[in-house]
Design a protein. Structure first.
Length: 184
């Protein structure tokens, strides 16, 4: 087992409707690399994943968003799913939580529709990003240079397009997260 992320704490911010595999596969990879990964949600007890258009499994919330302190985490994962980031970007606490990672120069990884919330925190201006294709206009309008690649890393932000990109996404996120100094 790799220990590239030994002692790192990774926040995974989700609302109901996240693309399940975009949480489970990265979380598994981060934990196998030695990290602790916590599911954080506006929901207090459980959150429901989706498999594209179909409801999927429920997951226990490790830390309700109301109790989550970004200073406790070294990095942030933002899974996709259409409903998930659309809900998060309308909630001030979620927006502030995400913004705090950028304000502290902590790495962030967002996949598929996950980058949608990055528009709300003004985190894509001047960056090269990728995403699910339907987000490209929103990201471009927010000042990003959108490209169609399986994974992009630009100035502490890793982005990917879809579940097929998860292996490359996980590898790039682990590489970036490993460089982060451990949070207190």
């Amino acid at each position: 087992m790799s220990q590239e992320l030994n002692n790192k704490k990774i926040a995974i911010l989700v609302a109901d409707g996240f693309e399940q595999v975009e949480l489970t596969k990265p979380k598994q990879a981060f934990e196998e690399a030695g990290a602790q990964a916590h599911i954080i949600s506006p929901n207090s007890d459980k959150v429901q994943g989706w498999n594209h258009f179909d409801k999927a499994d429920f997951f226990s919330v490790d830390v309700p968003l109301d109790n989550a302190n970004p200073a406790d985490y070294d990095a942030l994962l933002l899974p996709g799913g259409v409903a998930n980031p659309d809900q998060l970007r309308t909630q001030d606490k979620a927006v502030q939580f995400v913004k705090s990672f950028f304000d502290a120069d902590k790495p962030v990884a967002a996949i598929c529709h996950g980058p949608w919330i990055l528009v709300e925190v003004d985190a894509v201006k001047g960056r090269i990003v990728t995403s699910w294709p339907s987000l490209q206009t929103d990201l471009k309008n927010a000042g990003a240079s959108w490209v169609d690649r399986e994974v992009v890393e630009d100035n502490g932000l890793v982005t990917s397009r879809n579940p097929d990109d998860i292996p490359a996404f996980n590898a790039k996120a682990i590489e970036l997260f490993a460089k982060q100094t451990v949070a207190n």
